[in-house]
Design a protein around this ligand. Structure first.
Ligand code: ZN
Ligand code: ZN
Length: 318
């Protein structure tokens, strides 16, 4: 007669109950907008942790020990790349992380070393003019050195596809749901883009000036008139020559609008523009106040368009 060991049976049963918990996929992203993109396709068994907290800038962030632990435990790490989150560059290049780290800039958007020259400021606008894209003729998304790629919805779509490929490869991934979510994301993104183009129509001729290069890719995608960038490197104070040049540009525009960001102190520019007829509007490239969830990225795109609309003379507050 075989000897049944109830304790062993119980242990086996507990294993079966505990098994689904192992299917959980732990994702860590560097920035909230990447979390929004991941949430747009992730299945409910995915936990997503964001490293850079509200109010901090990815250009000069320092990680906390608890975040280092989240990285250690992550199944997948999504980040832009070494030109963006400099605080992660050395760590993620290490043997512990290389295999599970996905650089979203490494795919379609090729990156070059950031230039520090003054001429850099006009790149956004000059590139825009050179390409001469009309209405929706598409610009070359892979080109350019600016690492704020999540602001361009077409690049965001590439990023979500990269995320999909990585999430679908996880053990026990629900690939059917992931694929369905990806298709839904693409449909919703196309709808959102069309809504935003219509919304931005009255703002095509406004002279826009952005605090730092984060605005370039959104402006290019929606054919906005971005005339200058105030701070070439958000970690450095702009040089006197660059300030004088921007001041001159602002003074010669009919109704210039300066797009500021909550992560940076606009104090110096408020002083410089004191005697000029400049409208200020705040937008947030890090989506700080956008509600997290599968609709988050679309709300984020709309929030940027709404900030641009605040530049229109009839809506502007002085
Ligand atoms: Zn930035
Ligand atoms: Zn685009």
């Amino acid at each position: 007669m075989p000897m049944f060991k109830p304790a062993r049976l119980l242990a086996a049963a507990l294993c079966l109950i505990a098994a689904p918990a192992l299917a959980e996929t732990r994702v860590v992203t560097s920035l909230k907008p990447l979390t929004l993109l991941a949430q747009s396709i992730a299945t409910p068994d995915t936990t997503i942790t964001t490293l850079v907290p509200p109010g901090s800038s990815p250009h000069n962030y320092n990680m906390k020990p608890s975040q280092r632990r989240a990285l250690d435990e992550a199944d997948v790490i999504f980040w832009i790349g070494p030109d963006m989150e400099t605080f992660l560059s050395r760590l993620l290049a290490g043997a512990d992380f290389r295999q599970r780290t996905i650089s979203l800039a490494a795919g379609k958007a090729t990156m070059r070393e950031p230039e520090e020259s003054e001429e850099h400021a006009e790149h956004g606008h000059d590139d825009h003019a050179e390409h001469g894209h009309d209405e929706h003729a598409h610009h070359d998304h892979g080109e350019g050195e600016d690492p704020h790629i999540w602001l361009d919805p077409a690049l965001a779509e590439d990023m979500v596809e990269t995320m999909y490929n990585s999430l679908a490869q996880q053990p026990n991934a629900d690939t059917d749901t992931l694929a369905r979510n990806l298709e839904q994301f693409k449909t919703r993104l196309a709808e959102t883009e069309a809504e935003i183009r219509t919304k931005l129509d009255p703002a095509q001729d406004v002279s826009l000036f952005a605090y730092h290069s984060a605005f370039v890719r959104f402006a290019e995608h929606y054919d906005l008139n971005l005339e200058g960038i105030l701070t070439l490197n958000p970690e450095l104070t702009p040089g006197a020559r660059h300030i004088a040049k921007i001041q001159d540009q602002l003074g010669h525009r009919h109704h210039p609008c300066l797009l500021t960001e909550p992560q940076f102190n606009p104090g110096i520019w408020e002083v410089i523009t004191e005697d000029l007829n400049v409208t200020f509007s705040t937008w947030d490239p890090l989506a700080t106040d956008v509600e997290a969830g599968p609709e988050g990225y679309f709300d984020f795109q709309h929030s940027i368009a709404d900030a641009v609309l605040k530049c229109l003379p009839e809506q502007a507050k002085h």
